[in-house]
Ligand binder design. Structure first.
Ligand code: HEC
Length: 146
């Protein structure tokens, strides 16, 4: 009885491993793609944007990312449209296209065009959109006007 039970459990264990391995090989590539897309947004930010854009105030050379996310959420209801707009803005900044309040450009100057691939700009723009934080929005409304 004891032996049989162990054999049974061993069999169960082996088949679970097999199912687990199948699930591992079958599912992870897709999952990894999602994760690395998010991670990429942040790494593009660290590499190309962070020197000017902090995440939160006080700002150094440019509006913080969380503030930008607020303005883009106010200006666009769809992420896709916001991303498209950010990408074209970064390729060819134009005050007429700005979704920040005019004070931002007055205070910080116009953002320089980014010499970064469109794919990276798209990834980082999606990431910026996701940095929206409703709590920050309330503080933002109280503390400053751009
Ligand atoms: C050399 C400094 C600098 C770098 C590097 C930089 N930015 Fe900016 N960015 C600015 C300044 C200054 C503004 C505010 C004035 C403006 O809107 O042009 C700005 C504005 C923006 C805006 C709002 C545009 C608008 O007015 O609607 C977005 C979105 C943005 N940056 C995203 C990025 C991202 C993403 C990166 C990295 C790929 C990046 N920036 C890199 C300086 C920079």
């Amino acid at each position: 009885m004891f032996m049989r039970k162990t054999a049974f459990f061993r069999g169960l264990f082996v088949s679970l491993c097999f199912v687990g391995a199948a699930a591992f090989w079958g599912c992870t590539p897709e999952k990894q793609a999602v994760v690395s897309q998010e991670a990429d947004g942040e790494s593009v930010y660290r590499r190309y944007c962070k020197q000017c854009h902090g995440m939160a105030p006080p700002p150094k050379f440019a509006p913080p990312i969380r503030g930008l996310a607020i303005h883009y959420r106010e200006a666009f209801s769809e992420k896709e449209a916001a991303v498209e707009h950010m990408v074209s803005f970064m390729q060819k900044p134009d005050p007429a296209m700005s979704k920040c309040r005019p004070q931002a450009i007055k205070r910080f100057g116009l953002m320089p065009a980014m010499n970064v691939s469109e794919e990276k700009l798209r990834t980082v723009s999606g990431w910026v959109w996701e940095q929206y934080d409703p709590e920050f929005k309330q503080r933002h409304a109280k503390e400053h006007d751009h």
